[in-house]
Design a protein around this ligand. Structure first.
Ligand SMILES: NC(=O)c1ccc[n+]([C@@H]2O[C@H](COP(=O)([O-])OP(=O)(O)OC[C@H]3O[C@@H](n4cnc5c(N)ncnc54)[C@H](O)[C@@H]3O)[C@@H](O)[C@H]2O)c1
Length: 87
């Protein structure tokens, strides 16, 4: 079975993407740090999803990508600083 990694998969968009992938017979692994997302978003499909709690930027979480055929990246990037204006 194809495993798809959905970063931010307990978030608003990610939870819908995850549910759809499961409907289509994919195995789904979700790394998420729960900073804005909630387990409740996956309550209906919870048991079928492999949750990996932690920050996707963390070296300790790189194992989450092992064996995944595809990555859907929905964990937002940290805000970039606006460039300083110069006169
Ligand atoms: N919702 C919109 O209208 C919209 C529009 C355009 C683009 N986007 C982009 O789509 C993506 C998802 O948006 P959303 O509305 O579902 O946001 P959301 O906040 O509901 O979901 C983001 C998920 O990523 C998780 N997350 C955040 N930082 C993380 C990290 N460092 N490591 C692991 N998990 C992390 C959060 O816990 C959350 O579950 C974002 O990148 C957002 O910028 C959203």
């Amino acid at each position: 079975m194809t495993t798809v990694l959905v970063t931010g998969g307990v978030g608003f968009i990610g939870s819908h993407v995850t549910a759809e992938l499961l409907c289509r017979g994919r195995a789904v692994r979700v790394p998420d740090n729960f900073s804005t997302g909630s387990r409740e978003n996956l309550a209906a499909v919870g048991g079928e999803v492999e949750l990996v709690e932690g920050d996707v930027r963390s070296h300790e979480r790189t194992h989450a990508a092992q064996g995944a055929r595809c990555v859907i990246h929905l964990a937002p990037h940290p805000r970039r600083r606006a460039p300083r204006r110069t006169r």
